[in-house]
Each structure stands twice: as C-alpha cells, then as structure tokens.
Design a protein. Sequence first.
Length: 367
Amino acid sequence: MERATRTVFWKNHKVMLIDQRLLPGQFVVTGFGSVETVADAIREMVVRGAPAIGATGAYGMALAAHVSPASDRDSLLHDLREAKAVLDAARPTAVNLSWATARMLALAEHAVLSNHDDLRRALLAEADAIADEDVAINRRMGFFGAELIQDGANVLHHCNTGALATVDFGTALGVIYACAEQGKRIHVWVDETRPRLQGARLTAWELMRAGIPMHLIADNAAGHLMRTGQVDAVIFGADRVAANGDVVNKIGTYKLAVVARENALPVYAVVPTSTVDLDVADGDQIPIEERGAEEVTHIDGAVIAPPGAPVYNPAFDVTPHRYLTAIVTEEGVCYPPFAVSLRRAKAAAEARVHENRLQRSKGMEHG
C-alpha cells in the first residue's frame, strides 16, 4: 500500500507529525520543536490513535533531552521527569502514551553512559526503536487477525485504526490490509464515527487510497446492517485494555459490541500489548476523557445545534470483556479468560522487547 510518510518521525531535531485535523482535504506534515508544543499536538489531536500517540510521546522525551540545557545527569533527569508529566497529561485515557514515556525515562535512569550527549543519542535511538517496533507489531497483529477473517467477508470497522492511528500499517485496519495482501476479497463498512468523524475523514481516505472496497455509513446504520445479515464481523482498536479484558475505545464501541452480540456476530479488538494495562483490574477504573462542546455542536466550523445547547462529550466508552470474541495482539490471538491470556501475551511481548534491546546494544558495541 502506498505510504507518503510515517505518521510520526524525527527530522532536523523536531518531532514531525501528519496533521490529521486537516485530512482528507490537505496532507500537511508539521514539525514541533518543544515538549509543550508536542503535548499540545497530542491534546488537540494533530496526532491521534493510541500507538501513534505513544510513539509521539517517545519522540517528545527524546526532544526534551535534546533541548535541555542541563549540564549534569541529575538536572537532565529532572527535565525528563517534567517532560513526562507534561506529555502524559495531554491524553490521560491512552495508556500507550504513559507506557512510552515511562520506557524512555527508565532508559535514562538506568543507562550507564559516559556523557550527556551519549544519553541524548541513546534516547533518540530508543524512540526510533519504539516507532520501528510499532510497525513490526502491527504487521504481526495483521497476520494473526487475518486468520480470523474469511474470504468475502463484510467487516464493520469503527473509528480509525490504520496507518494514521499508528506509526504505520495499523491495528484493526492492519488486519484488513493483511487480508488484502493475502488476496482475500474483503469489503469494509466504515462508520462515520461522530463527533470527530475519524471514520469518514480518515478511514475512508486510507481505504480508498489502498483500493480496498468500502462503503461509508452513518453511525446509526450499523444495527440495521447487522440485523439484515450484511456484516460478518465487527473490528476495532482500543486506547486501553484492562487486565480482565474490558476495552476502552472511541465512543460508540460499546453499542456496536452489544448489537453484534445480539446478532451472533464475532467482535474483535486488535491492540498491541502496550495498550494492555495490567495495573487496572477492569474498565471502570480507567479515566474517560471528556472533550469540548464544539465537537458536538459544530462540524467543520458550521453550527449544527441551537446556541447554548448543553453538551456532554465523552471521548471513549468501556466495552465489557463479555462482549468480545477475542483480542488480537502481536503475540497471538487472546481468548477468554482474558485475565490469563492477556497476562501471558504481555509477558511474551516484554521478553521480546528485552531481547531486541540486547541485540541493539550488541550491534552498537560492534559498530
């Protein structure tokens, strides 16, 4: 599939991001040169999607080290801890963000390096590694998920989980891309995903560029399609998954999962293990971000509601694990009981990261 560039990358000492607020009308890549502007970009959804946010946070930490005036190790670590706090606060629901910044800070705290410049280079290398791992992870998830989708399937997809929601390739949409690469004939129902229209603006744009058959639907059409036998599977990503398998994802996910179960349809969440938070027992413990009223009262600047109308705008909802058929990760497909299978997948992924880090260290020593 054609890819103009990664969603997030490092260039000329800046964090570079595709401005997703402007798609599909404009394709603009913007550079951010301070921790504060990177955090603002995350908060204002220049970049969105849990894996993409995580990689952005990692590069934000590398940027913090680069711009820090610190002349000693303790001062640099202080600046990194402050940067982590600023970045983490930008989107509190998406656990990939705090996961990535914690990984970067842990490297800085435990690294044994001769000078600060070496530490700065090590942090940038770690951010690059997180980005590269994301692409590899997405392809692994795509392979595992494609095994669940039959040739000729009609798949209902929520929000955007493709290349734009990750560093590249995608999570749930990565499964669709993997099916296409395998020659499977797949058709995708793309729901618009109010209020920010990530399905209409981003997923439709991605699938049309990739040449994958799709139809854009109003959110409220999903139930009709499922009841009339026009859907074979429901698929989506997640911003955080609790230890018991409860999934927090874009608002509207819960409704889709409930209706899918009513119609005996499989429901698959596709998430990297970095999205699994074993420290949270269930979905009710995960904070749900609330966003501004204008996202509901306006579309592309046009007013669609009476002036002064009260608005409640949660960005996410919780889908209880009982509505999920399976959770696809880079370590394979997890089935109930999720409390067991997710923990096993998480441990396998952490071992893989550790092994990859050792291999990179050996390569640097011989380089």
